[in-house]
Design a protein around this ligand. Structure first.
Ligand code: SAH
Ligand code: MG
Length: 217
């Protein structure tokens, strides 16, 4: 039963409800569990998308029959496993990750998921890796979930390298609740929203920290 404060805020979820729907709709196999629990298992930060957002990413890819997808920010591969599972059988996911330890953990988890052939983790700063991916495009979807101060750059790259009808996905689109703050990362995130609104037909899905979804015009 929601308490008065959460009812006033029109939140109908609760930890127990989320546990129920996630256990039912996003059961974790060994690979998803290893990626989701990488904080405890590997000492990585626990900043992956939630189970429902991860599953949503994969379902969106299935809806558009995605074959070529780019992720910016791999961490332990939790969202990457969902994305790669949403690809057509002949599809490929390229995921960019700056931290070599994160990348190694993610490669292990993608292997555990049987997705090594369908995925490539590129180690290094995304701004340096993205230009090398251009010849693999145009892409069907780009999922952005790395350093927030560069979201505007990543969004521009996505606008230039997605096919018409391709999907832009941006996690943490509320910037941890600081989107309207007077600070450089918040300003970059606002530019990301503004420019995305020009090149894409967008909605900001109200996940806990906002998930921007845009279809390229
Ligand atoms: N998408 C993941 C979570 C990513 S967390 C999931 O939901 O499972 C953000 C990741 O981006 C971290 O692993 C961090 O090391 C990486 N990162 C931060 N800045 C980066 C940059 N400039 N280039 C590439 N990766 C970066
Ligand atoms: Mg995120």
């Amino acid at each position: 039963m929601a308490d008065a404060a959460s009812r006033a805020g029109l939140r109908y979820d609760s930890p127990a409800i989320l546990e129920f729907v996630n256990a039912l709709h996003v059961p974790h196999d060994q690979a998803l569990a290893a990626a989701f629990d990488a904080a405890a298992l590997e000492g990585l930060p626990p900043i992956q998308v939630g189970p429902s957002e991860g599953k949503l990413l994969g379902l969106l890819l299935r809806l558009i029959g995605a074959r070529r997808v780019v992720e910016v920010g791999t961490l332990a591969g939790y969202s990457a496993i969902h994305l790669a599972r949403g690809l057509n059988a002949d599809g490929h996911l390229w995921s960019l990750e700056m931290d070599p330890h994160h990348a190694a953990v993610a490669q292990g988890n993608l292997a555990l998921a049987g997705l090594s052939e369908r995925s490539t983790v590129l180690v290094g700063p995304a701004l340096e890796g993205l230009p090398g991916l251009v010849p693999q495009g145009p892409f069907d979807a780009v999922f952005i979930d790395a350093d927030k101060g560069n979201y505007d750059h990543y969004g521009r790259w996505a606008a230039a390298n997605l096919r018409p009808g391709g999907l832009l996905l941006g996690d943490n689109a509320y910037y941890f609740g600081n989107l309207l703050d007077d600070q450089p990362e918040a300003a970059a995130m606002r530019r990301f929203h503004q420019e995305a609104g020009e090149a894409f037909d967008c909605v900001c899905i109200p996940t806990p920290d906002g998930l921007l979804l845009g279809i390229k015009r």
